[in-house]
Design a protein around this ligand. Structure first.
Ligand code: PHE
Length: 512
């Protein structure tokens, strides 16, 4: 006969003549108790084992019970004191007896109640008399407690069958006095049936177990004879990681949703662009340190051809002479060739210039709101807050009349959408905005203030050449820095790039 392995083990360990508990069988076969129990019931269903269920009752002395084993029950101690005081001859004042009896606090009440119940004497009008013939030595409760103490000392279970000569009502009384605890449980004992004995004689082997059903097993009919392995729902399984949107991408999407919700339209444009759009339009002097090869990624490609002539003239004039009545400019050389050279954009303010100049979507009438969430490239030194490529949240608003309050209010509203309510502003200098402000946010775990953006009101030197006659407030915010604040990343390099922390990214939750 072929049976699953646990059943073979249980059958071999079972006996026809001696009943065994399932716990014993489990111990003997080395099976887990639940596996042994399952095998026993399967064997019973096949008629190979008999299972008998009995209720077992065990008693255990409580701590109070144990003290009385040593000191005697309180009522017995009271009785002895009463006899010593002569209460067997004539009633004695109760207080006197209690004073001499060896009783602690609550034991007095216990002693008095049981003294009466057991007929050790009488209490009447504050006097106590004792029945001189009471046999406290063979008091059934004392005897039962002593028997249980003996069993406990011998390390044996105080099973009810061992206590056969103790009356059940004595045990009940001790349980109700809280001197014993009763434990009831079902014990299943197992014995081989005749069919089980025969099966063992004829030979029982472990059936081959298979963990998958094959088409061959179905066609050959073999499936009926094999034993399927059980599912082990506790086994370690390889972790399944689905694809997920990168936290930075999720943040970018959310930023776009928020800005669209605030009435902004999206800009796009070239990553590699003419210095003209990246710097010159922004009134950045051509000898500005940020325009040297140290900071920018220059590209060895032909210069830009397509630039509006009048805009080039206007920008050149702004650089040389300034704008307006009392404008000044830089009085430094300005080279058109220099302006036409191509580099990777160091900020997306190049897009704002393209859009504000009217070359992208035509002349714009106020009010206008534009944004982009795009990559910029800087020849910076990599560190915990700097990457060479990162995303900028560019934006600007053109309107009749704008103030710094509008600028600050816009940031407060924007950052609130990400749970950041403590943005701080610091006056700053940009060649193209006046006034200018840097924005700071507090890192949720390090508590440090980190710079999260730069902003300001575009100067006339920027707007006039572009032909813009209204106020424009503008900014460039760092997407990665925002994500550091929302995810708690302490190092920007954990978020993206070759050093990204994959475990962090897998676990990072974006809750907005
Ligand atoms: N271009 C600035 C930067 O990269 C951001 C900025 C844009 C500041 C527009 C003011 C106005 O830091």
């Amino acid at each position: 006969m072929k049976l699953p392995e646990p059943q073979v083990a249980v059958l071999n360990a079972a006996s026809a003549t001696e009943e065994q508990s399932i716990d014993r069988l489990a111990e003997e076969t080395g099976l887990k108790p639940e596996t042994a129990t399952q095998a026993v019931f399967e064997l019973r269903d096949d008629g190979l084992l008999d299972v008998t269920e009995t209720e077992s009752i065990e008693y255990e002395l409580t701590e109070e019970g144990r003290t009385y084993v040593d000191r005697g029950l309180p009522e017995v101690r009271l009785y002895r004191a009463a006899v010593d005081a002569g209460a067997a001859d004539e009633p004695v004042e109760m207080g006197r007896v209690i004073g001499t009896a060896d009783l602690d606090g609550p034991e007095v009440d216990i002693a008095l109640a049981n003294f009466g119940r057991k007929g050790y004497g009488e209490i009447d009008g504050g006097e106590l008399s004792a029945d001189g013939d009471a046999d406290t030595e063979s008091d059934p409760e004392t005897v039962a407690l002593a028997a249980l103490a003996d069993l406990a000392r011998a390390g044996e279970a105080s099973a009810s069958d061992v206590l056969a000569d103790v009356e059940r009502d004595v045990l009940d009384q001790l349980v109700s006095r809280n001197l014993l605890e009763r434990h009831e449980r079902t014990v299943r004992t197992v014995a081989l049936t005749d069919a089980g004995v025969t099966a063992l004689m004829e030979g029982v082997e472990a059936a081959e177990t298979v963990d998958r059903l094959t088409p061959e097993m179905l066609t050959s009919g073999e499936w009926a004879d094999v034993e399927f392995t059980e599912y082990n729902v506790e086994a370690d399984a390889p972790e399944v990681r689905g694809g997920k949107t990168h936290v930075l991408r999720q943040t970018a999407e959310r930023v776009k949703d928020v800005l669209v919700g605030m009435g902004f339209q999206e800009m796009d444009g070239p990553h590699a662009d003419a210095d003209f759009w990246i710097n010159d339009c922004l009134f950045m002097p051509q000898d500005h340190p940020a325009r040297t090869h140290w900071d920018r990624f220059a590209l060895d490609v032909p210069p830009i051809e397509d630039l509006p002539d009048d805009l080039v003239d206007n920008v050149e004039r702004a650089h040389r002479e300034g704008v307006g009545e009392d404008g000044d400019g830089y009085h430094s050389p300005w080279s058109e060739d220099f302006a036409r050279a191509i580099a990777l954009r160091g900020h997306t303010t190049s897009l704002s210039m393209r859009y504000l100049s009217g070359t992208q979507v035509g002349e714009l009438e106020p009010p206008q709101r534009y944004f982009s969430v795009e990559k910029v490239y800087r020849n910076d030194t990599l560190d915990a807050t700097h990457l060479l490529e990162f995303f900028q949240i560019e934006g600007w608003v053109m309107a009749e009349d704008l103030s710094v309050r509008d600028l600050m209010g816009t940031f407060v509203e924007f950052y609130e959408q990400f749970g950041i309510t403590d943005v701080q502003f610091k006056p700053h200098y940009n060649p193209y905005t006046e006034p200018s402000f840097e924005l700071f946010g507090r890192h949720p775990t390090t508590g440090e203030l980190i710079e999260i953006g730069n902003s300001g009101m575009f100067r006339d030197e920027v707007l006039e050449p572009l032909g813009v006659e209204h106020d424009v407030m503008a900014w460039g915010l760092a997407l990665e820095r925002l994500a550091m604040l929302t995810t708690g990343a302490e190092d920007i390099r954990d978020l993206h790039g070759t050093l990204a922390d994959l475990d962090f990214l897998r676990g990072a939750e974006v809750t907005y």
